[in-house]
Design a protein around this ligand. Structure first.
Ligand code: DGT
Ligand code: CA
Ligand code: CA
Ligand code: ZN
Length: 571
């Protein structure tokens, strides 16, 4: 178990104790320990073995023993007991906005409810609103929250699926007789959320039983759904479904194409094949009875007289027509990115100090870094007062010399409900760039929200609009806003639009990105990083940008710092 796993286990203990109505100090002790363990530098082995854990602030005797048990055995008796005691339905209720441990305990104790289904029923029967401190409005919110949960239950964030798939691929890579294990499906197409993981590998028939056994016997297969001659299906410990397909080397390119999908893309490809006198299925491309030999996906597309279509574009949204006439653009690549914008630091709600963020960005190979902490109205996030803005500006300039990488001084300014930016003109003049984001009053009516954002865009201080819809994937719906109107305004005013690459956001949506590029709007791929690790989310943004048909020329941070600054300057 690494630090992240152990921190997650401690966090879970805290939550379970809270739901059980335990003493709040005890609850907090586990939550603090979870945070403390993530902060320990280097790897945990030394700290555990040498007994140094006890010296870490926030980790006492009892908890350090539990950490040692987790570290040594990968499990913890105490946690298993708690899990057995607290109904899993109560944990699910925690995901509903407005329900915390205290309210959930009340629901459990007074109504005897332990599952989401029962809770939904109680809302519909108007029993929830009668509980002390609840009321009509909360009941409505809970009902809506349950609907969202039901809708989201079967999908997972792209990154989560990616990590799980990497583990499966690494495992397969170590089994004799396996070659070219690779992910397909929605994961390879870079959909923002993924239903299940599809992995394929070339395995000769005589080796398959052994490979299947290696999979089903591993810790990655928390429960096995099925295991046959060519396919093994299981669920990972995090509840992700995974289908592994074993095929021959000759079948590989055809099956890779088939399993990558999408279903609609495949149907359109089969239609194209038919038109040209071929037959296509998951095992091959045929002319009459004869297999048309293809050693790669490239050769399949070529046989159908098509330009190669990158996986991200395979959604049957015009890619086949484009490929017919060589009109698939050269899509953006990771190496095209020169700079990284929208980086938070511990000046506001970031976890790492300015210097660490700047150094880490430099280490990732970026030649410039755009710092953008929160503005003053974002009090919950340590938003900067005008005085602090001035202090930070000096620090930013000093960091640039010290660290030897270009540092741009920006801000993520709240777009206030009336559409104004969060500082006076003199303060706004101090920034190299200003990102405007909506962080409050999400419930505005569509026209009003759109006008709010347009008003901010009219201010020539604004360089860029951040996370346009405010959505949190699988958790919070976007607020109401007319995205097309905003894009047209961005084109007119020369305002840059952010593609927020945080895996929970991926906002602008890739469907809209394509429209933005069509209008000539410049897009900036921003990690919205709040810690060093968050900086590499930028590269996930590249996948989404590709899915939105973007090329390097459509993207702000493929430009030099000088040019990026010019493009962000208005008037
Ligand atoms: P997901 O898992 O819901 O995020 O989406 P996918 O696209 O990964 O879908 P999945 O796992 O059901 O199937 C993987 C691929 O297999 C899919 O992208 C295309 C192919 N496929 C699955 N079912 C069909 C089908 O009925 N017809 C065709 N033509 N292809 C299919
Ligand atoms: Ca899938
Ligand atoms: Ca599947
Ligand atoms: Zn923000």
């Amino acid at each position: 178990m690494d630090k992240k796993d152990i921190a997650a286990a401690l966090e879970e203990i805290g939550t379970l104790l809270d739901l059980a109505g335990e003493n709040p100090f005890k609850v907090r002790a586990y939550q603090n320990a979870a945070r403390a363990i993530e902060q320990i530098p280097g790897n945990l082995d030394d700290a555990v073995v040498s007994g140094k854990l006890r010296e870490v602030k926030g980790i006492g005797e009892g908890i350090s023993q539990k950490i040692a048990e987790l570290h040594a055995t990968g499990s913890l008796g105490y946690l298993d007991e708690l899990r057995a005691k607290i109904e899993p339905g109560l944990l699910e209720m925690l995901k509903i906005h407005g329900l915390g441990p205290k309210r959930i305990r009340l629901i459990r104790e007074t109504l005897g409810i332990t599952t989401l289904g029962e809770l939904e029923y109680a809302c519909k029967e108007n029993r929830l609103k009668l509980l002390e401190g609840f009321g009509e409005k909360l009941q409505e919110n809970v009902l809506r929250g349950i609907e969202d949960l039901k809708k989201y239950k079967d999908r997972h964030l792209w990154v989560e699926a990616h990590h799980a798939a990497e583990q499966v691929i690494t495992l397969l890579g170590g089994v004799r007789g396996v070659s070219d294990p690779q992910a397909a499906g929605s994961l390879r197409r870079c959909r923002e959320t993924v239903g299940d993981i599809d992995v394929l590998a070339a395995v000769e028939p005589k080796d398959r039983a052994r490979v299947a056994a290696a999979l089903t016997g591993s810790k990655l297969a928390a429960s096995v759904i099925g295991s046959g001659d060519t396919k093994v299906s299981f669920r990972t410990p995090h509840g992700l479904g995974c289908d592994v397909r074993m095929i021959t080397r000759a079948e590989y390119p055809y099956t890779l194409h088939h399993l990558t999908g999408s279903k609609d893309h495949n149907a359109a490809m089969r239609g194209r094949a038919q038109k040209l006198g071929f037959k296509m299925n998951e095992y091959g491309l045929y002319k009459g009875e004869r297999l048309v030999p293809c050693a790669s996906e490239d050769e399949i597309f070529a046989a159908l007289k098509l330009q190669y279509i990158p996986p991200e574009l395979r959604e049957n949204m015009g890619e086949i027509e484009a490929a017919e006439s060589d009109a698939i653009p050269a899509l953006l690549q990771k190496d095209d990115l020169l700079g990284v914008m929208h980086v938070h630091t511990s000046w506001s709600d970031g976890r790492n100090p300015l210097d660490e963020m700047v150094r880490a960005a430099k280490d990732l190979g970026f030649s410039y870094v755009g710092i953008a902490d929160h503005s003053r109205s974002a009090a919950y996030a340590g938003g900067l007062s005008p005085e602090r803005v001035r202090e930070q500006r000096k620090e930013v300039r000093a960091a640039e010399d010290r660290i030897g990488v270009r540092v741009l001084f920006g801000i993520e300014s709240d777009i206030l409900p009336d559409g104004s930016l969060d500082y006076d003109k003199k303060t706004l003049d101090l920034f190299d760039f200003v990102i405007g984001s909506v962080h409050s009053k999400f419930n505005m009516e569509r026209g009003e929200m759109t006008r709010r954002i347009l008003k901010a865009m009219e201010d020539p201080h604004l360089s860029m609009v951040g996370h346009l819809t405010g959505r949190l994937l699988l958790a919070r719906e976007p607020y109401e806003v007319d995205q097309e109107v905003v894009l047209h305004a961005a084109a007119r005013f020369g305002v840059v639009m952010e593609l927020n690459a945080n895996p929970n956001r991926l906002d602008l949506d890739w469907r809209i990105l394509r429209q933005a590029a069509g209008l000539g709007v410049l897009v900036s791929i921003n990690p919205d990083a709040h810690e060093v690790e968050g900086l590499s989310d930028t590269f996930l943004g590249v996948g989404i940008a590709r899915k939105g048909w973007l090329s390097a020329k459509d993207v702000l941070n493929t430009r030099s710092a000088k040019e990026a600054l010019e493009r962000m300057k208005r008037n």
